[in-house]
Write a protein that binds this ligand. Structure first.
Ligand SMILES: [Zn+2]
Length: 149
């Protein structure tokens, strides 16, 4: 497995930080492994609490596909998805989810809500965590420590 899509997601996270957004980036690859969408957080820029990197990438990939479902696609994200994004990933029928850093505070995959193991979840992707975890976590640490200064 190549982790190249995660490197692109990290680039998107860095770009988000440069815009003053929480540094999270996401990439969607099609069944052939081709990148079909990439995005970073834009909640502040768009004044939209749902403009998480995963949501923006899903919207772009679905628009390009002309479908609300993306079977066979993989979503790569630098941080464990929150419950909102995890639910949207399920709705989109994403086949595989790769994420970097875990998010004990707001995560919805391995943390409390555990969206994909919830009885109401109709579709759960295969989940691979800890992909490029260290650079993803370092970006978040430096972003939040700069806020506290
Ligand atoms: Zn989210």
């Amino acid at each position: 497995m190549s982790i190249k899509p995660m490197e692109i997601a990290l680039d998107e996270a860095r770009a988000a930080a440069a815009r003053g957004e929480v540094p999270v980036g996401a990439v969607i690859t099609n069944p052939q492994g081709v990148v079909v969408a990439r995005a970073g957080n834009r909640t502040r820029e768009l004044s939209d609490p749902s403009a998480h990197a995963e949501m923006l990438a899903l919207r772009a990939a679905c628009a390009a596909a002309g479908s609300e479902r993306l079977p066979g696609h993989a979503l790569w994200v630098t941080l464990e998805p929150c419950p909102m994004c995890a639910a949207a990933i399920g709705f989109a029928r994403i086949a595989r989810l790769y994420y970097g850093a875990s998010d004990p505070k707001s995560g919805g995959v391995a943390q409390a809500p555990r969206v994909f193991t919830h009885p109401q979840c109709h579709h759960a992707p295969e989940v691979y965590d800890g992909i490029a975890e260290e650079p993803a976590a370092a970006l978040l640490r430096s972003f939040f420590s700069s806020l506290r200064r």
